[in-house]
Design a binder for this molecule. Structure first.
Ligand code: HEM
Length: 389
């Protein structure tokens, strides 16, 4: 027998479940998910790279925990939506390109180009996001930079796609074709039979999205830990708190954080404090979450010195920000604390975690802990705090 291979064409896709209404409903759900991801991602970006006009509030302390948790969970829950949406439009990928009228050809080429961008950017965002939270850094580029640029490309192509398809979407949604088409008078061609309805398909997709969400939420909501089989870090790590960057990974040497440790405070005067000096200052205890940029978060009890008390030791004037430096020479070894957060009574230079001296991997001897701030900016292994007017 000779099998002739040829590319598929539109007629090869026979499932009667596909319809413009089904595609429109899936498109709305996916568009919503991508918009949530885009907005929450943008918030995370702005907090880490604040332009002059942007001021992130100092509270509630759980706000970033919620926005970034929503980002990662929504992104993951979007995977089945993306898969079923692509399945619903699969025949269109094999539609014959119009020939003849130049205008029709140009419009078709632009539309196909936009859709190609949309699909490429969507796959890129979801795949790199997933691998990033799984700590599989398989690429040579700096993830947040490229993920951020692709997010603009994705949201731009979504807006363009919706603008072009809006009339079709509206008329498809007005049509009440919720049930699959009635059985034809003649028997269907092989492959065109179905035992499920569009409603089954939509419900199944929604359940898959919900299962993925619940399977990952345990790394933010302790009550779900037992069922969250995909949650990356839940209650693990030294002192019961997960760690993303260990002291070894950050290249922290024993002599830097040993008996000769000094924290330099630089304001109108400069003071160097040993760990004993820091411990002798008034100590405060706060309950604050570590909310990782990778979506997991966990509440913990921190004890240490108020940053505002330390600033008071070296500067009596108004200041705009405090610049923190760490023995970690990597990208997370520096951060800026704006004056409102630096003055916040819960912003501490923490020395203890959950009743014990900080573990090395949690930033021993001293680290920042402040409300409503990404974990990547809660700088560990502090070496210097500079007060800037
Ligand atoms: C499974 C899906 C996704 C996952 C797991 C994921 C994960 C992440 C993670 C871990 C970050 C923090 C990066 C960092 O600061 O180190 C992030 C940031 C971001 N994400 Fe996603 N993401 C997903 C989908 C998306 C989608 C669909 C969009 C856009 C529509 C998006 C837009 C952004 C933006 C704008 C940022 C900020 C990047 C920056 O800080 O410069 N993400 N995402």
């Amino acid at each position: 027998m000779i099998i002739r291979l040829r590319p598929p064409n539109e007629q090869d896709f026979r499932s009667p479940l596909r319809s413009e209404r089904l595609t429109s409903i899936l498109g709305i759900a996916l568009g919503l998910a991508f918009t949530i991801c885009f907005l929450t991602g943008l918030i995370s970006h702005l907090i880490q790279h604040p332009p002059g006009w942007f001021a992130w509030p100092t509270g509630p302390s759980w706000l970033y925990r919620v926005t970034q948790g929503l980002h990662v969970t929504t992104g993951m829950a979007a995977i089945p939506l993306l898969a079923v949406k692509l399945w619903s439009v699969a025949p269109k990928f094999w539609r014959r390109f119009p020939t003849g009228r130049a205008r029709a050809m140009i419009i078709e080429a632009v539309e196909r180009g936009t859709i190609l961008l949309l699909i490429g950017a969507a796959f890129f965002e979801v795949l790199t996001g997933l691998l990033n939270v799984a700590e599989a850094y398989l690429w040579p580029f700096f993830f947040p930079e490229v993920h951020y640029l692709m997010a603009w490309l994705l949201i731009g192509s979504v807006v363009l796609h919706v603008a072009v398809r809006l009339p079709i979407m509206i008329s498809a949604l007005r049509r009440r074709d919720r049930r699959p088409p009635p059985p034809p008078a003649e028997p269907r061609a092989p492959g065109a039979e179905t035992t499920i309805t569009r409603r089954h398909l939509l419900t199944g997709t929604a359940i898959a999205a919900a299962v993925i969400a619940i399977a990952t939420l345990g790394d933010k909501i302790p009550a779900l830990r037992g069922v969250s089989v995909l949650a990356q870090r839940s209650g693990t790590g030294p002192q019961g708190l997960p760690v993303n960057r260990t002291a070894a990974a950050a290249g922290i040497r024993a002599d830097q954080v040993g008996a000769d440790y000094r924290l330099a405070l630089v304001g109108t005067r400069t003071v160097e404090l040993s760990l004993a000096d820091l411990t002798a200052l008034p100590q405060r205890t706060v309950e604050l979450p570590i909310a990782c940029v990778e979506g997991w978060s966990q509440l913990a009890t921190w004890t240490g010195v108020r940053l505002s008390d330390l600033i008071g030791l070296v500067d009596d004037h108004d200041f705009t920000e405090a610049r923190l430096a760490s023995f970690d020479a990597g990208p997370y070894g520096r951060s800026v604390v704006a004056s409102a957060l630096a003055r916040h009574p819960e912003t501490l230079i923490a020395l203890r975690l959950n009743g014990e001296v900080l573990d090395h991997d949690h930033g021993f001897p001293a680290r920042l802990i402040a409300p409503n701030r990404p974990g990547a900016l809660q700088t560990k292994w502090l070496s210097r705090i500079e007060i800037v007017r």
